[in-house]
Design a protein around this ligand. Structure first.
Ligand SMILES: *Cc1c(COP(=O)(O)O)cnc(C)c1O
Length: 495
């Protein structure tokens, strides 16, 4: 049965999957949502005998119904290949009674690779299907992780170019080194003399610049976005929850039909929404445990039914979760509002106006699948240390927020359901915070010495992504003022 995509903010005509991927965001500012969640048409037993790539096909074919089998398999094969340092793509590691689903074995060692390694292929396939002849130009503003994952995904992909803007003094040395050493003639990395908001605002202005769009059209270019609200990023994320359940079944850790819980360290709400979709496809998932850091806007929301972004923005050791507006939550709000676009649009207007909204009692009742909690900085650090001392397994700061919240959940409820914890980054990506949590004696050491220490301590070889940047030549040195972003893009496209 065909799945079409509606906007969360108006009841216009629904679009096919390829069009939703191409557009990214609906013209009315809403997000695209599937008109129904398809059920798996293979049993989890059957799926448990399949490779990651095969499971990816079985899940994604149900959502991307206007892709042919050949098109979709081609995208999957190009994405989940030797860029990943393990054939299983997303391994499960058992530690202290929980199963850590390691989503960081791709080229930039964070979970964004799971979706950004396939998005470029979905995008150019979508362009072809819709007779778009233009070259696709991806514009991204980044505070660190997304930029590198997008660069790695789009590098050398024919028919695409990518320009990434980052705040020159607002990312970590390792993050900057990762970006400025990016290879690929179609990639362009530019530092902005300003903060992340300046970069983000500048990119949004370029996206809505009609004059520039017309000029680009003439030269055979058009903009697109690799933003996390693109349905082409959400659908590939459903795959690993199905795969995790199937693997637990294959390894006889659970029996067929046994319910599991899932814990997700959450920022923009994309990853946990994918787990919710997996549940609705038929994977026996009980609780969806939403873990926040000190920016606990989601925890407060699950407790009170009020989403309120009016609060201090806290910088934490889990920066990829330092978010006050979780954009993907809109898809859940739309659903619990009974797929009522007007009702959702009114709430989102309140969010952008006064910075908060409140859902009704009836809507709140539909959130029973979710449990929200948070972990502060100290608890997060203690969790890393305790897990390491107990079993030698080292997790990153984001994953540690999830592990800490899981401990709170068990203490509160006594629920001993088997549990999968989404492990969203390699500890090597946040080496300093991880090592400081384990022992303060690491305080004075430089980043690369810490990397060697971590490798010894965790008994894990240093990932290629880190090894590479030690010696890789810097290929991007451009820095510009935010006023000059348009000219920089035009120069890159030789316009
Ligand atoms: C992006 C990110 C998250 C948050 O994921 P969302 O889908 O935005 O909720 C968590 N951990 C890491 C390491 C990330 O990069």
């Amino acid at each position: 049965m065909e799945v079409l995509y509606n906007s969360t903010r108006s009841t216009g005509s629904p679009v096919k999957a390829s069009m939703a991927i191409l557009k990214g965001l609906s013209d009315d500012g809403g997000l695209f949502v599937p008109d129904h969640i398809p059920s798996l048409d293979k049993s989890l037993k059957e799926l448990s005998a399949m490779s990651y790539q095969q499971v990816a096909y079985e899940v994604m074919k149900l959502f991307l119904t206007d892709f042919t089998e050949e098109e979709l398999k081609n995208c999957i094969d190009k994405a989940y290949d030797s860029k990943f340092d393990t054939e299983v793509i997303a391994p499960l590691v058992e530690a202290k009674g929980a199963y850590y689903l390691e989503l960081f074995h791709g080229s930039t060692i964070a979970f964004k690779d799971m979706a950004l390694s396939i998005l470029p292929h979905l995008l150019i396939t979508s362009a072809r299907k819709n007779n778009v002849k233009n070259e696709i130009v991806i514009l991204t503003a980044t505070s660190g992780d997304t930029g590198k994952a997008a660069l790695a995904g789009f590098a050398e992909v024919e028919g695409t170019r990518i320009v990434v803007f980052y705040p020159k003094n607002g990312v970590s040395p390792i993050q900057e080194k990762q970006m400025v050493t990016q290879k690929g003639a179609n990639t362009h990395v530019v530092g902005i003399t300003g903060n992340f908001d300046d970069a983000q605002t500048g990119v949004k202005m370029l996206f809505s610049d009609k004059e520039l769009a017309a000029e680009m059209e003439q030269k055979g270019f058009q903009f697109s976005s690799a933003n996390s609200i693109n349905i082409g990023r959400l659908v590939p994320q459903i795959v690993y929850y199905v795969y995790a359940y199937a693997q637990l079944l294959a390894e006889e850790k659970i029996t067929e039909g046994e319910v599991i819980n899932v814990v997700v360290p959450t920022g923009n709400f994309g990853n946990i929404l994918a787990a919710f979709y997996a549940k609705n496809m038929g994977v026996p998932i009980g609780k969806l445990i939403c873990a926040s850091n000190d920016n606990k806007v989601l925890y407060d929301f699950f407790i009170t039914g009020v989403y309120d972004r009016n609060r201090e923005f806290v910088l934490t050791t889990s920066p990829s979760m330092d978010i006050l507006i979780s954009s993907n939550l809109e898809r859940l709000i739309y659903r619990i509002a009974g797929n009522d676009a007007d009702k959702n649009a009114a709430l989102m207007a309140a969010l952008s106006g006064v910075g908060k909204y409140e859902i009704t009692e009836d809507m709140k009742e539909q959130l029973a699948d979710f449990y929200g909690n948070y972990a502060d900085e100290q608890t997060t650090a203690e969790t890393i240390k305790a897990l390491y001392e107990d079993c030698g397994y080292v997790i990153d700061t984001h994953t540690a927020v999830a592990a800490a919240v899981y401990d709170k959940y068990v203490a509160e409820t006594g629920d001993d359901t088997k549990t999968v914890i989404a492990s969203t980054a390699s500890p090597f990506k946040f080496t300093r915070s991880v090592m400081n949590a384990i022992d303060t004696k690491y305080d004075g050491m430089d980043d690369f010495t810490l990397v060697d220490e971590l490798s010894r301590l965790a008994n894990v070889t240093i990932p290629n992504a880190i090894e590479e940047i030690k010696t890789a030549p810097v290929l991007h040195t451009k820095v510009c003022d935010k006023e000059d972003m348009k000219q920089v893009v035009k120069d890159f496209l030789a316009m």
